[in-house]
Design a protein around this ligand. Structure first.
Ligand SMILES: Cc1cc2nc3c(=O)[nH]c(=O)nc-3n(C[C@H](O)[C@H](O)[C@H](O)COP(=O)(O)OP(=O)(O)OC[C@H]3O[C@@H](n4cnc5c(N)ncnc54)[C@H](O)[C@@H]3O)c2cc1C
Length: 813
């Protein structure tokens, strides 16, 4: 086929993901789509995949993406005439320890929350589904009847055929060699056969995606890791209809394969493919079998499936796949170059993800925004700390090694740390801080009391930090607590038209005089919440914006791309210039009064204002806001002087019961107060009405803003989902999130975030109650609510308002 000179979209890479993107783009009407593949279709990681299809993930929308895959694979053969090998054989996940039992029960509950059928079964049922299995050590399993398996190459060929049928062109033996930009955005893809002018380039180059992105300065944080599974000869008597089976306590998976078994595993000590650039001629290629490395897995497999003892080994498949620093794939438009999209880094999930990820990405490209909140896989969750290949590799290996370990609530990464530390790191460490990591930053999660070990001991029931966090929580409520929140993302928007620009981007009213502070959301055109920030007006032409640690790339990108053309306004990332010390609690005023001469009274320094405060000889930007629901100030201190201010505050706080506190206390405090966490409680799927944040929106006054028209259209119409608070009084129930919400026995949603309120002394959960016919106060107030927690139904109370200080009296001091 001759190379076209022009196309709307050029998809680079003919693995399952690229073919799926081309298929969906063409079917969405972008028939003018060209896919270029360096070698032949499937020649990268796709041809050697095992083909297990398991749909459940810890996020509802990512689960939906995978159920989209399964649905597509189920109909693709009839649509295209090309077989896919799809079999809805079901899946089993075994549990051999009490902790794993809790985990799989929680998985079954999560599945129920997300509308996927998965249920617990015992040994007898396991044996009915998989006769001959050795189950003496098995405590139970979760069974997902709608999971299954495919033949990865066949599915990819079917997607390619479907793409061609819808008008896309697929050109093999055609490596992309460069991306041409015009005015900073994609203008053309250069290939060995010529140049194709295009609006959009989609990087689906598998483990070569990193090198391709680097050509135009786009960071694609992935690293290749080796993975192997073996396939046996036919095993006499083996049923054809075996469910795929995962035995995570022994790091193994199994799948029926042409009358034999395919058996693979995720070692705790994976091997990276140590290449700076993946070789271009690695096509339909595999590594030599590494039996020594596989040996411990083999022993465990023989113990689980005795029939393997006598089965002949047909082959060992040993290939690379690309892994990312958090185990999720990379989707979306690159923040660096408009028009350059990514669909890469599939962490041994590329086959199950391919169909749905290609659909989501194609919809994203066509609409210019994702079809639903896809934050867990959005490329913008990474940033500068993820440019370093050595760190990406270390984290990718950690993820691979933990593929089948128990996923504990609030589990932290161990590798590639520390990366970014605040100047107070040493002081916090000396005070027994137990750190976590977010977006490269070390952050104190909690402080171990003297004599206690300063390390996380995870548990589904009672992790070791609970008492320490409770003490920090109480200090904030009853005296004062000091939090190092330096990892906050911070931006400045400056220029003659800064007010105009920000008034368009922010849903709240930021056109206030200098000195004032606004809590606001940034909305997309549909009214969905893209960001949740605090804005301090520093001067007529300058704003200071504070946002969550993890949203640094995302929010910068959002601001930069939405400043209307022609306005004199620029955004700068000043995150690493300033440290933030949050001094919170009823004694915060007394402490601050002791270290500076300013009048800190309500009259002189009201809530939601800022002032310059000289503390210990340092000019500090004091912002009177709170995320914990108490009188308090965020002190933004130039980095060079942070230690001085910190020491002065600690010294002044000594007589006032001041305590150092960490992020786990912040979470229990904000849950009591009902403050939303962006990502968990609010995101692009929810508008301010649904999220209970309409009060923060400038609906009156006529100033146009992004998302405003959608909100006006939605105003007054019945809500179909509403953010709701629940209390659980049973002290033996621990909530972590994703528990199912039941109203009169019917599933109406799941908990978006949850924890324990140490002041109100009960469990707290927030989630959206859903009802297509409308969710108003009467509906919410009339039902009998329960939560399903790890398979058990637990009574709960629906609270019309957050449990702690709903009038905000404490905040106003
Ligand atoms: C042993 C093993 C078993 C696995 N089993 C499973 C499983 O059971 N289930 C599952 O879901 N996943 C599984 N996976 C993972 C799965 O194989 C991958 O995640 C998936 O194939 C990735 O697909 P892709 O399209 O992103 O990449 P690839 O299939 O690697 O496709 C990328 C393509 O881009 C092409 N390309 C690269 N650079 C260029 C360029 N410059 N110009 C043009 N073309 C280019 C390459 O030639 C390649 O064909 C397994 C992986 C391994 C290693």
């Amino acid at each position: 086929m001759t190379l076209p000179t022009q196309a709307r979209a050029v998809v680079i890479g003919g693995g399952i993901v690229g073919c799926s993107v081309a298929y969906h783009l063409a079917r969405l009407g972008w028939r003018d789509t060209v896919l270029v593949e360096r070698g032949k279709l499937t020649c990268g990681s796709t041809f050697h995949a095992a083909g297990l299809i398991g749909q459940l993930r810890s996020n509802a929308n990512i689960t939906r993406m995978l159920t989209d895959s399964a649905a597509l694979y189920g109909r693709l053969e009839s649509e295209t005439g090309q077989a896919t090998g799809w079999r809805m054989s079901g899946s089993l996940r075994l549990a051999c320890t009490p902790e794993r039992m809790i985990e799989i029960k929680r998985l079954a509950t999560t599945a129920r929350s997300f509308g996927l059928d998965m249920h617990m079964i015992g040994r007898d049922e396991i044996l009915k589904l998989w006769p001959g299995l050795s189950v003496a050590d098995v405590l139970g399993a979760v069974y997902g009847p709608s999971d299954g398996q495919v033949n990865p190459s066949d599915v990819t060929m079917a997607l390619a055929k479907g793409a061609r049928m819808a008008g896309a062109r697929i050109i093999e033996d055609c490596p992309a060699t460069g991306i041409r930009l015009a005015q900073g955005r994609v203008a053309a893809v250069e290939t060995a056969q010529g140049t194709i002018a295009c609006e959009v380039a989609v990087n689906c180059a598998g483990l070569w995606a990193r090198d391709l992105g680097a050509l135009i300065g786009v960071n694609v944080p992935l690293a290749p890791v080796k993975h192997q599974y073996f396939i046996t000869e036919k095993i006499p008597g083996l049923p054809r209809e075996l469910p795929v089976m995962r035995d995570p306590d022994h790091l193994l998976y199994y799948k029926e394969d042409v009358g034999g078994l395919a058996v693979g595993g995720f070692e705790r000590n994976p091997k990276p493919w140590l290449v700076d650039e993946a070789p271009k001629d690695f096509q339909f290629s595999l590594f030599d079998a590494d039996w020594d490395h596989f040996q411990p897995l083999m022993e465990a497999a023989l113990a689980r499936v005795p029939a393997l003892e006598t089965a002949g080994i047909r082959t060992m498949i040993h290939g690379p796949d690309s892994f990312t620093p958090d185990g999720n794939c990379l989707l979306g438009e690159s923040p660096e170059v408009p028009g350059f999209f990514l669909g890469a880094g599939f962490n041994a999930f590329g086959i199950v993800s391919g169909g749905g990820a290609g659909k989501a990405l194609a919809e994203w490209i066509v609409a210019g925004e994702p079809p639903m909140d896809l934050w867990p896989v959005d490329i913008r969750r990474f940033g500068a700390p993820h440019r370093d290949l050595a760190r990406v590799r270390a984290r990718a290996l950690e993820h691979y090694g933990k593929h089948y370990t128990v996923a504990w609530p609030l589990e932290e990464h161990e590798s590639a740390r520390p990366r970014l530390v605040s100047p107070l790191y040493g002081r916090l460490k000396a005070a027994n801080a137990v750190f976590g990591e977010k977006m490269g930053w070390e952050r104190a999660n909690w402080f171990a009391p003297e004599g206690a070990e300063a390390v996380d001991r995870y548990s589904f029931v009672r992790p070791n930090w609970i008492d320490a966090v409770a003490a920090e929580h109480r200090a904030a409520r009853e005296a004062a607590a000091l939090f190092d929140m330096s990892s906050f993302s911070k931006f400045e928007v400056a220029g003659r038209d800064a007010e105009k620009a920000l008034s368009w981007i922010a849903a709240g009213d930021v056109a206030k005089p200098p000195g004032r502070v606004t809590y606001t959301q940034f909305l997309n055109a549909k009214g969905g919440i893209e960001a949740d920030v605090t804005v301090a007006r520093l001067a007529a032409d300058r704003y200071y914006i504070v946002s969550g640690t993890g949203q640094r790339t995302r929010d910068f990108h959002w601001l930069a791309r939405h400043i209307p053309a022609g306005l004199d306004a620029r955004v700068a990332d000043v995150t690493e210039d300033m440290c933030v010390l949050a001094l919170m609690g009823p004694k915060s005023r007394a402490i601050l009064t002791a270290v500076n001469d300013a009048d800190m009274s309500n009259a002189a320094f009201p809530f939601m204002t800022w002032q310059d405060l000289p503390i210990a000889g340092v000019r500090v930007l004091g912002i009177r806001v709170t995320y914990v629901g108490e009188l308090g100030w965020e002190l933004h201190v130039p980095k060079a002087h942070a230690e001085r201010v910190f020491d002065a505050l600690l010294a002044a706080g000594r007589g006032h019961g001041l305590k150092l506190a960490g992020y786990r206390a912040i979470d229990t405090l904000r849950l009591e107060k009902g403050y939303r966490a962006w990502g968990a409680d609010i995101n692009a799927d929810y508008n301010p009405f649904e999220a209970g944040l309409a009060w923060a929106v400038k609906l009156k006054g006529g100033t146009p803003f992004l998302g405003g028209e959608a909100l006006l259209a939605a105003k007054g119409k019945p809500l179909t989902k509403s953010f709701t608070c629940f209390a659980v009084d049973n002290p033996n129930v621990t909530l972590w999130g994703r528990e199912t919400i039941l109203c009169d026995g019917q599933v109406v949603g799941w908990l978006a975030s949850a924890g324990f309120g140490h002041t109100v002394d009960h469990g707290i959960g927030y989630g959206y109650v859903r009802n297509p016919k409308g969710v108003d106060e009467t509906f919410l107030g009339s039902g009998r609510y329960e939560l399903e927690v790890a398979g058990e139904r637990v009574p709960c109370r629906r609270l019309a308002r957050p449990p702690y200080d709903p009038e905000g009296r404490r905040v106003r001091g």
